[in-house]
Design a protein around this ligand. Structure first.
Ligand code: SAH
Length: 246
């Protein structure tokens, strides 16, 4: 994927991406040379006289353009995981499976290091591409089945976004530091239920909570202030478990 060099933002907050050539939008065409010669905060005009602000891309601008296959964990859920676990620049995070690498990349932007496990080589390639696209240096991908073990020790967080997260419990207990968290992310409640029941059988673990996060965006224009009609669908449930014993 080609590097995003600049972002163009119109008055509605819509973002357009400059990758070195002319930018075609439904608000007209913006010439590459006009963008290349403008610094951050300047205004460029399209051939139909629409105005766009120029900004340098930040992590979130590039992140929303990553390749998505398979389904990624949405930011609302990843942000909640960060809030609950306190993952920070000293943390080692284990992520499985990599899938598109979205959760691995999101967490790598905040953590010290992320190791992500994936069994399928085709997905591994997509994740690799996304890591490069975001220019992240602290993510490593392992082509391994996480149910068979985790090589790393002293992890702060283990994020399990795969069909049978309970199968990774024993290896997660070995890999986590005391006080570290396991988060199982699943689209259905039977998976969460099986995970939580298995986790309760482990002396080292306590089950903290099961959560679903809903995000409802509103529109606000004059007195028309109401939720947007287009609803965001269901993503997944999260079970939070903490290692408290040896
Ligand atoms: N969290 C990812 C999406 C993960 S999709 C994101 O935000 O982009 C689930 C992935 O888990 C799939 O790619 C699947 O191939 C992988 N997977 C399933 N079982 C696995 C296992 N035992 N070990 C490692 N990866 C596994």
């Amino acid at each position: 994927m080609e590097e995003i060099k600049k972002i163009l933002v119109n008055k509605f907050g819509k973002r357009f991406y400059y990758r070195g050539s002319d930018v075609h939008t439904k608000f007209g065409v913006i010439k590459a040379e006009d963008i290349a010669n403008s610094g951050d905060g300047s205004i460029v005009k399209s051939n139909t006289n629409e105005e766009f602000f120029i900004i340098s891309p930040s992590f979130v601008d590039i992140y929303r353009k990553i390749r998505r296959s398979p389904q990624i964990i949405p930011s609302k859920d990843l942000a909640f995981i960060v809030a609950e676990t306190g993952v920070n620049k000293e943390s080692l995070v284990i992520d499985a499976g990599s899938g598109s690498g979205a959760s691995a990349c999101f967490l790598a932007n905040l953590a010290k290091e992320v190791i992500t496990y994936e069994i399928r080589e085709d997905f591994l390639e997509i994740a690799k591409e996304n890591i490069q696209f975001l220019n992240l240096k602290n993510v490593s991908i392992k082509n391994k089945d996480i149910y068979e073990g985790i090589d790393e020790r002293d992890a702060e967080l283990i994020l399990l976004d795969l069909p049978e997260p309970w199968k990774a419990l024993d290896s997660s207990i070995k890999s986590l530091k005391i006080g570290g968290f396991i988060v199982a992310y699943s689209p259905t409640i039977p998976q969460i239920s099986d995970f939580v029941e298995e986790a309760r059988k482990k002396n080292e673990l306590i089950v903290l909570k099961i959560v679903e996060i809903t995000e409802r965006e509103w529109e606000a224009r004059e007195r028309k202030v109401r939720p947007k009609s287009q609803a965001i669908g269901h993503s997944g449930f999260m079970a939070f478990v903490r290692k408290v014993g040896k």
